[in-house]
Design a protein around this ligand. Structure first.
Ligand code: ADP
Ligand code: MG
Length: 777
């Protein structure tokens, strides 16, 4: 379904792309046509404007010149104009048609526009020149006018002065005439005057004075006449000069007129030339326009042919477009139909998957339960309590010589059997598994890891390291930095297991570290490690135990674990003067809690992994032990015996398990009872000098392991559990030894009040050992 949907989607995309391409093509065509028609329109527009201009120019020139030559031109130009107008109309018609058909042809950019502008420029230049000439003419006219006016003025003034002069002449001549008349009249009367003079001379001085006066007057008059004559002469001169000026002016006027005539002629000539030039320009423009028109005609023809070829293409395109449109219109319906079908199919498939899943989940849960049941059954068959032995290699500390000789040998065919040479006798033991000195930490852990992982499933697990000091308990549990032991490997495994289940489960891993010394419990991760902690019953009535104040750290990585271990070590070391000694006399506990939540079912699980590095199991010599040492030894002995009792009671399914006999068993009660799993790792030294302690440790191991289960013996078994010393004495193998040596001494009395085993039971156990020894050769 998904494939078909994808195919449909693809098909749709392809169609849409095709449609888009066609649309683009169509749009491009339309644009092209539009631009072409615009070009044509602008061309026609330009031609129109040119024609209009030419018509205007002609009319203007005609009105200016009014020449007869221009008349002919005008007629011609009018006819031409008319023709051009008609052509333009036809062009317009064609353009309209073109637009209607939305088709056009490409048109080259015409050069005549430029030429037209050039012509126009020239024309305007000529017009300007004519204008200038006209202005010059007007100027000259004005000058002539001015000069004529001035001439008229001068003439008028001349006339006036002439009239004045004539008047003055008249007046002067009249006076002259009067004077001459007077003189003549005076001359005609000489005697009388003489007489008078005589009379005057004779008669009086008065007459003489009168005569003098007359004479002076006469003199004055004569002077006047002379002056008048002078004036007259001047006037005549003036008249002459005026006449000369008039003549000059007249000559000038004639000259001006000639010049005017010449200028007029020149102007006319220029006008003529301009007219000719204009006509020539018009002719040129006309011829060019004709050529262009021809080109336009040709273009038009090309466009027409193009149009004819484009029309069928457009028709097919339109057809294609319509069919595509139809397809696109129908496509959503088709797609919806397909989608609906696909959805239905998918939901059906999902439903099927769901039901299958439900079925699978149901089966898975059933299988899980079955598995757990089988596992429990297997564990029950194997026994919840398993005992391993580990022999450390001979070290430098063991020294040299016969004391450091190897006293432990192994069975080549059975990795559960170990032989100890003790005091010249070989004693054999059978455990669940024995690790020889060369066994690596990894090999040891491989045997342990199934227990560790069951913690994730919600089981409580205890792993104890038992043995004398220096037998390798700490090495097995903690290991070295380069070669870590069970503690670190277990946590690492838990992390990786939890990560593997991350898809369905949420897990939280936390750790606590505690120490039991002289029957008091201390928190190794707490802020106050010296504080003694109490074990209490949960107040919720569940019967569960808990330690108020015990610090719990959440860990998520190896780094976190290392930090926690380091912190625990530091706390432990600060509380004692000699860590080695102290740690050999106290139990160190690492408690790992794994809490899980199944996200799908909401199921919660809690598993506890208790990793216990026990105190040294060696017996402290009674004679040498006093005070603190004695108290420590008693506490250790008591708690180890109590552990043995509890394990025994558990394995033999006693009704009552004495958890409360020691802090250790009480604290681990939850992790020892029910379907919890316990591993006792018994550590032994192979050195000859430690053979006595090795023997005791192995006996403890075998005892823990070899408890026979049986409904009848349940109650009796608890009562018949022998103390370490009793067992050793019965078997005739026990030696009382110091922690590191085999020096004889007495063991610390057991704090447990068990009754001695019945001889029958003991003999049956020893018989079973013997039987096994025989089978293993
Ligand atoms: P315990 O804790 O029982 O007193 P240790 O773990 O301290 O004993 O071991 C004593 C010494 O023996 C240490 O130096 C340790 O490194 C060494 N040792 C113990 N077991 C082994 C082993 N399997 N391989 C190598 N060395 C070991
Ligand atoms: Mg140790």
């Amino acid at each position: 379904v998904v494939a078909s949907m994808a195919h449909l989607q693809e098909e749709k995309m392809r169609l849409q792309e095709e449609l888009m391409g066609l649309r683009e093509k169509l749009a491009a065509r339309e644009n092209e046509e539009l631009s072409r028609s615009l070009q044509l329109q602008s061309q026609v527009e330009a031609l129109k404007a040119k024609l209009l201009e030419q018509a205007q120019e002609i009319s203007r020139l005609r009105s200016e010149l009014g020449g007869t030559d221009a008349e002919k031109h005008r007629v011609l130009l009018a006819a031409e104009n008319e023709r051009l107008r008609q052509e333009m109309k036809t062009f317009e018609g064609e353009l309209l048609e073109l637009r209607r058909q939305r088709q056009a042809t490409p048109c080259q950019d015409c050069a005549h526009l430029q030429e037209n502008t050039e012509l126009q420029e020239r024309l305007s230049q000529l017009q300007q020149e004519a204008e200038e000439a006209r202005a010059k003419l007007a100027e000259l006219d004005l000058e002539v006018q001015q000069k004529t006016n001035r001439l008229a003025e001068v003439e008028l003034r001349l006339k006036d002065s002439l009239a004045e002069r004539a008047e003055e002449e008249e007046r002067l001549s009249r006076r002259l005439r009067d004077s001459q008349e007077t003189i003549a009249s005076l001359k005609s009367q000489p005697q009388q005057i003489k007489y008078i003079i005589k009379t005057v001379e004779v008669e009086s001085a008065k007459a003489k004075q009168a005569l003098c006066e007359s004479q002076s007057r006469n003199q004055y008059l004569q002077e006047q006449v002379g002056m008048q004559r002078q004036v007259l002469k001047e006037m005549e001169q003036q008249l002459q000069s005026s006449q000369k000026t008039v003549a000059q002016l007249r000559a000038q006027m004639v000259m001006y007129e000639a010049e005017l005539e010449r200028a007029h002629g020149q102007m006319l000539e220029e006008m003529q030339a301009m007219e000719e030039e204009k006509n020539q320009a018009i002719e040129e423009a006309f011829s060019r326009a004709q050529v262009e028109m021809k080109a336009v005609h040709e273009n038009l023809a090309g466009v027409r042919t193009n149009l004819l070829t484009l029309q069928p293409a457009l028709r097919t395109l339109t057809h294609d477009y319509n069919s595509l449109k139809r397809q696109v219109r129908d496509f959503p319906l088709l797609l919806q139909e397909a989608l609906r079908n696909a959805r239905a199919e998918i939901s059906q498939a999902i439903e099927e998957v769901h039901s299958t899943n439900r079925e699978l989940l149901r089966k898975y849960r059933r299988e899980l339960q079955l598995r757990k049941k089988c596992h429990n059954e297997l564990v029950r068959l194997k026994g919840n309590i398993r005992v391993f032995g580990r022999v450390r290699p001979i070290t430098k500390e063991d020294g040299e010589g016969p004391e450091a000789a190897n006293a432990v040998t192994f069975d080549a065919d059975d990795d559960a059997i170990l032989h100890l040479l003790h005091k010249g006798k070989q004693v054999s033991f059978e455990l669940d598994k024995v690790f020889p000195p060369q066994a690596s930490q990894e090999e040891v852990f491989q045997e342990v890891q199934a227990l560790v992982t069951s913690c994730i499933d919600g089981y409580n697990v205890c792993i104890f390291a038992y043995g004398q000091t220096g037998a390798g308990k700490t090495y097995t549990m903690e290991g070295t930095a380069a070669n870590p032991g069970i503690n670190q490997r277990a946590l690492q495994l838990l992390f990786s297991e939890v990560r593997g289940k991350e898809a369905d489960w949420d897990y939280a891993i936390s750790v606590s570290a505690a120490e039991i010394y002289n029957e008091s419990l201390r928190d190794l991760l707490g802020k106050e490690p010296q504080e003694k902690l109490e074990i209490k019953l949960c107040p919720d009535g569940s019967g569960q135990l808990y330690v108020p104040g015990l610090t719990e750290f959440k860990v998520q990585s190896v780094e976190d674990i290392n930090k926690v271990f380091e912190f625990g070590h530091v706390n432990r070391a600060t509380e004692c003067t000699n860590l080695n000694e102290h740690s050999s006399r106290s139990h160190a506990l690492l408690i790992v809690t794994v809490r899980g939540l199944d996200r799908s079912t909401g199921l919660r699980t809690t598993g506890k992994l208790n990793l216990v590095d026990l105190a040294g199991s060696e017996r402290v010599g009674r004679s040498g032990a006093e005070g603190n040492r004695l108290r420590e030894a008693q506490h250790i002995n008591k708690s180890l015996s109590a552990l043995g009792d509890v394990i025994y009671a558990l394995r033999s399914r006693q009704g009552h398990v004495p958890f409360r006999n020691s802090k250790l068993t009480y604290l681990l009660q939850d992790s020892l009872s029910g379907d919890s799993k316990t591993l006792m790792m018994v550590q032994v030294s192979p050195a000859e000098k430690n053979s006595s302690e090795t023997l005791c440790s192995l006996k403890f191991a075998e005892r823990v392991r070899s408890v026979e289960l049986g409904p009848v013996s349940r109650k009796a078994d608890l009562a018949s559990w022998p103390s370490q010393e009793q067992l050793e004495l019965t078997l005739g193998l026990c030696h009382i030894s110091s922690p590191q040596g085999d020096s004889p001494g007495t063991s610390v009395p057991s704090s447990r009040g068990h009754a001695a085993p019945s001889p029958g039971q003991l003999s049956s156990r020893s018989a079973s050992i013997r039987r096994k020894l025989q089978t293993s050769g």
